[in-house]
Design a protein around this ligand. Sequence first.
Ligand SMILES: [Mg+2]
Length: 310
Amino acid sequence: MFSEVKSTPAVALPRRFQYRVRDLMIQEQSGETDNRVPKMVVFTDLDGSLLDPLTYSFDAASEALSLIRTSGIPLILASSKTRAEIEPIRFRLNHLHPFIVENGGGLYIPKGLFDFPVEETTLRGPYQVIEIGMPYTRLRAALKEIEQRIGSPLRGFGDMSAEEVAERTGLSQPDALLAKQREYDEPFVIEGPSRVTEEIQREIDARGLRCTRGGRFYHLMGRNDKGRACKLLIDCYRRQYRSQGDGLVLVAIGDSLNDLPMLAAVDRPVLVQKPDGSFDPEVQLPNLIRAQGIGPAGWNRAVLDILRTS
Ligand SMILES: [Mg+2]
């Protein structure tokens, strides 16, 4: 099952889209945009932040998005989604910058983006990938080992058909297929008695792995988070724009606890409102900017404010 999932090609993008990174750099450096060297890098979560929590639209953020683009500011997408799920969103956004998949499990950098070789990358299609998380095959093997040890069924995405994933998540079946193309995180359910959770946690700890609980699933993963991936990329941008020194302004926007390591890695962390107008109470930082507006509306307001005052 797993090798089937891995060998399924990610969403095929038009060739012109895959190979336009250099064009973008040249366009940005040729004066078609306001700045030759960006003074800012913006990191953003997708669901509930740049994307509306209910409609998945980013229309409410279009003014700030277009200003970011014309200012030549790199916009980095950082999501818990898989690469296969993020690529159609990049296409809709006409996004050509790096992106972070599966909660910091992998950092995808378009080939040739930086003018120096990025260390410890693997070539994958049009990208150089820094693998921070534990590869999916090893997570699957660990899940099945733990299942044997505790004698209670642990059912992961790798055990489920696309129909079952669609049913359990509420995703459409094509979207469930994209969600199943996992590389660094295995969502699973415990089908036995709930008392085994402590035992499972012990087995996970013993293997140096981590487990988090989302809305519907537990997630088995390595020791990755969005913050580690952001820091690696920040180092690359500082190196690329070394003449700027420490003048680079780092912004990150999120809505939930899994965004906290990313928000903590920047100097302008922004939290947007949940659909009910509240802010995630678990996200606390001394310099946190609480944007007035739900998801992309708050995103738009906060980014415009930061751009106007930076
Ligand atoms: Mg979110």
